[in-house]
Design a protein around this ligand. Structure first.
Ligand SMILES: [Zn+2]
Length: 462
């Protein structure tokens, strides 16, 4: 058998197994796994002795070049996917927003036209529904057939015109059930949230960025999750809670799963590694995300959820805003562009603070950021594992190597990092995307436009 590339002698890690083997790659695919694969003349050898060979990570929650708060997020489809490659993420899922009164496919085609010439790793899109209607219900099966089986709805953002009320959410879940689709929700309680925001707005100088956390107590998330779970329970529609930030949320999802409700969820590194003390510093506003970073006991509960299984996925909600963009808040916590860089540090953060701190095995890490995302979002077994026939998407890690996080050394187009100065292990020495080396030692070395839209299958489950 001839190979274009052989990854030699590494410890191959999947969600269920670890074993020393060579990985033989021809074209874009893994074609052999075994001992002492025989490279011919001209085969590229990547020496992985003493290293871990992981499936490329899949970040199912990314917003690149997103218009928000009168600006556009600072990582575009180029810098954002370069950052992904440098951090070992070989597939990401971004979002296509429905323009009010237009169909979903129009938003998807516009987003794909923006992404296609720029993306450096593979990508897909979730379809954001901003205005539910009979027409949208009728379009759902076409979008699913096109390869996008997941739809996101916001329970907040009424003023922006993006909110889905209970009627919309209920109807969408019922429709999704009929076509094996999934409804993703941003779960926060619109009405009560606005009461609290108005309350703290009166004293905004006194509280500064900390008002962002004061105005969004945990119950504003957990009440909305509870309500969405109810609609999932009664319709049987598959619900997925995005960027879950509270321990209460994990409790609710666990109980619902035990009762057979088809609900899944993700949390993000910022909710695991940081807590709301960050808002008290002079640059506290930089850390504003939506929902915001919560308390240490929430982080603790979310880590436990990752271990026990009620939180099966870590994704980043990358939405990069640089210091100039963040400065637009001018002391008003309601005007901070919400979001932070993250895709580049997904794998290292979970490798360092999950695996290395012995919270779980490396196999479990693979399940959280590669296999579960692939299975739940219809990419498996093309992606999310290392197996003959799968795409040759790999992250090769030297377990002894660490790096001090410094935004200046990173591919993200951001002039700060929420993890600045932290020591992290697990940055890949080499990242391969469909057989091509796209990053080496933290630097993007691939080709612009190498990335490709990946059609996904419906009915994903773990
Ligand atoms: Zn998001």
């Amino acid at each position: 058998m001839s190979f274009d590339t052989v990854v030699k002698g590494g410890t191959v890690v999947t969600a269920s197994d670890s074993f020393v083997a060579d990985v033989g790659i021809t074209g874009e695919k893994i074609v052999a796994l075994g001992q002492d694969l025989d490279p011919l003349n001209g085969t590229r050898i990547i020496d992985a002795k003493g290293k871990f060979v992981l499936p490329g990570s899949i970040d199912v929650h990314v917003h690149l070049e997103l218009p928000f708060c009168g600006t556009v997020s600072a990582d575009d489809f180029t810098t954002g996917t370069k950052a992904a490659a440098a951090g070992g993420v070989t597939t990401l899922i971004d979002f296509a927003t429905q323009d009010a009164d237009k169909g979903l496919m129009e938003g998807i085609r516009n987003r794909m036209a923006a992404a296609e010439p720029k993306v450096c790793v593979d990508y897909s899109l979730h379809s954001i529904i901003t205005k539910w209607s009979d027409e949208i219900a009728a379009e759902l099966p076409d979008v699913i057939e096109f390869g996008i089986p997941s739809f996101k709805m916001f329970m907040i953002y009424k003023r922006e015109g993006w909110q889905s009320d209970d009627a919309a959410l209920y109807s969408a879940l019922a429709t999704a059930k009929d076509y094996d689709g999934m409804i993703m929700v941003h779960a926060e309680s619109e009405g009560v949230l606005n009461v609290l925001i108005d309350k703290y707005l009166k004293d905004k100088e006194k509280w500064g960025a900390y008002a962002h956390t004061l105005s969004r107590p945990s119950f504003t998330e957990s009440e909305a999750i509870q309500r969405a779970i109810k609609w999932s329970e009664v319709t049987g529609g598959h619900l997925y809670v995005v960027h879950m930030s509270t321990g209460e949320g994990a409790d609710l999802v666990k109980a619902a799963k035990e009762n057979g409700v088809p609900v899944d969820c993700e949390t993000c590194p910022q909710y695991l590694l940081l807590n709301d003390e960050v808002f008290k510093g002079p640059e506290g506003h930089l850390y504003a995300t939506c929902p915001q970073i919560k308390k240490p006991h929430d982080s603790e509960r979310l880590w436990k959820g990752l271990v026990d299984g009620e939180v099966p996925i870590v994704a980043t909600d990358t939405c990069t805003f640089d210091k100039t963009q963040k400065a637009m808040w001018e002391g008003d916590f309601t005007r901070i562009p919400f979001g932070m860089p993250g895709v580049e540090t997904l794998l290292p953060s979970i490798f360092t603070f999950g695996y290395r701190e012995k919270k779980f095995s490396l196999n479990h890490l693979v399940s959280l950021i590669a296999t579960h995302p692939a299975k739940l979002f219809g990419l498996y077994p093309q992606k999310g594992t290392i197996a003959v026939g799968a795409d040759a998407d790999l992250a090769i890690i030297d377990p002894e190597k660490s790096r001090t996080i410094d935004y200046r050394q990173m591919e993200t187009n951001c002039d700060w990092s929420p993890y600045q100065g932290m020591e992290m292990y697990g940055f890949p020495d080499v990242t391969l995307s469909r057989g091509a080396v796209v990053a080496k030692d933290g630097k993007f070395v691939g080709k612009l436009g190498h990335g490709r839209f990946v059609k996904r299958t419906r009915g994903g489950s773990l």
